[in-house]
Design a protein. Structure first.
Lengths: 230, 234
């Protein structure tokens, strides 16, 4: 903390709270400048990244961002596109050319690829306006989801579920032997060989969501998994 | 009869005991409760979500809609359920007082809905409702320039007082009620209404007292917001 910083790293800040003074810093996500002060524009954790002053969100609804991996349900199929419900106000559109890694002929029946009701993992490729969000189903990792269950969590807890470089999620995957995909929109797909393991994975994820702000969470979850997976 | 001592023994510039709580409604995107004395307001925020009716969608930015209402038995005489002339007005002034600090420019075609309900009324309900709504909006992660803080000031008999309760509003010599809301950071006043008679000088004095009270109230709001996330960490 330098002398121009008015709050400590990872402090909880509220809208209108002064974060820094002077022109040495730049307001980034969740912050704005008023005169020579930088203030918070939303509730969150204070974060200083070089000269950038950021506020990491702690709650609120998921808002689509470019390059986010999301899980959703196909709601509609037209002659050249699919629509996916991802829990956002408007459906996300996947155009035919973004639909699959294989070639889709012009006169193809798109329902054969993805039909209404199918769950898919997609990647947001354009999020310029809330009403016009486009996704792709041909990026690496994007596909139609098979048998499994989808649970919903708060989207602001997703980074905690994934952990640093995926440490948390890979721990759950290894201990429960389940296949897990976490969507940035707060939807998590779990698929395992037996239902008991699926339930343990679900419980672990719910536990992380509830205790997202506590420190030493990795150890706690590791203990929890050891106890449950015996 | 001069009003020398307040009915509940408070000082003239003293506010009632206050309490704030955030995150009380799990299904909402943001929620809060604000209590001052016996007045309790709860607020729930939903959104950003689709605006209906669709003609209200605005490509330039999000639409803020507020609904204020009293629960039927929050008041001494049963309030007929459903919107009334009074609740429609207060819904409007609540939205107008919150809008200046909300930045909805990135939410084109979308809307944010705020529902404020008074579960227990003892005067100053619109002020309590605005306080709760501001906290709920912040809890929902809305981009805001500041929290809005609100208080009712006024004149009871011959004295300027802060935060009137129902007994004072019904004082036999008459009372004037002046609800106000402001952004304490910039000093911008976003709500100023008055019901009764006061001279220009009295209004000035009352508003200044109200501004001081708002600083106290904001502390309660900020504390409640921070408590939600620090408690979760324990």
């Amino acid at each position: 903390m330098t002398k121009d910083m008015l709050v400590k790293e990872r402090d909880v800040v509220v809208p209108g709270e002064e974060l820094a003074t002077g022109m040495d810093y730049l307001p980034s996500e969740g912050a704005f400048r008023d005169g020579d002060k930088i203030l918070a524009s939303r509730v969150g954790l204070f974060n200083l990244d070089g000269r950038l002053v950021k506020v990491i969100p702690l709650g609120g609804k998921y808002i689509p961002k470019k390059n986010d991996t999301i899980i959703g349900t196909i709601t509609d199929v037209s002659h050249n596109s699919w629509r996916i419900d991802i829990g956002w106000a408007f459906d996300v559109v996947v155009f035919m050319r973004e639909g699959s890694r294989e070639f889709i002929p012009n006169d193809a029946d798109l329902k054969k690829y993805y039909a209404p009701g199918d769950m898919v993992v997609a990647k947001i490729i354009k999020a310029d306006s809330p009403r016009m969000t486009d996704a792709s189903l041909k990026m690496p990792g994007c596909r139609k989801l098979g048998i499994g269950k989808v649970i919903e969590i708060q989207s602001s807890r997703v980074p905690r579920i994934i952990g640093k470089q995926g440490s948390m999620i890979s721990m759950i995957k290894e201990s429960t032997n389940c296949n897990i995909i976490v969507g940035q929109n707060g939807k998590v797909w779990i698929s395992g060989e037996d239902h008991k393991m699926e339930r343990i994975a679900e419980a672990a994820i719910k536990k992380i969501e509830a205790e997202a702000h506590s420190s030493g969470l990795t150890e706690k979850i590791s203990e929890f998994l050891k106890k449950e997976c015996k | 009869m001069p009003y020398d001592k307040r009915f509940d023994g408070r000082k003239f510039e003293e506010v009632r005991e206050m309490e704030g709580k955030v995150g009380i409604i799990p299904r909402a995107d943001g929620s809060a409760m604000f209590r001052t004395g016996k007045t309790i307001a709860i607020a729930a925020v939903y959104g950003p979500r689709k605006v209906l009716p669709a003609f209200m969608q605005n490509p330039k930015g999000g639409v803020l809609k507020c609904v204020y209402d009293l629960l039927s038995f929050s008041v001494t005489e049963r309030k007929r359920p459903g919107p009334s002339r009074r609740s429609t007005e207060i819904s409007k002034v609540t939205a107008d007082s919150l809008a200046p600090v909300l930045d909805l420019t990135k939410f084109s075609y979308l809307g944010v809905d705020v529902y404020v309900y008074i579960t227990q009324a003892d005067a100053g309900t619109r002020a309590a409702g605005i306080n709760a709504a501001a906290m709920a909006l912040a809890d929902a992660g809305m981009p805001m320039k500041d929290l809005i803080t609100s208080i009712a000031v006024g004149k009871v008999s011959d004295k300027i007082v802060v935060d009137l309760d129902k007994d004072e509003e019904d004082h036999e010599d008459g009372a004037t009620d002046l609800p106000m809301a402001m952004s304490t950071r910039t000093g911008e006043i976003t709500l100023l209404q008055m019901d009764g008679n006061m001279t220009q000088k009295e209004i000035k004095e009352a508003v200044e007292m109200g501004m001081k009270a708002c600083i106290e109230i904001k502390k309660v709001q900020v504390e409640a917001l921070k408590a939600k996330y620090t408690e979760a960490g324990k």
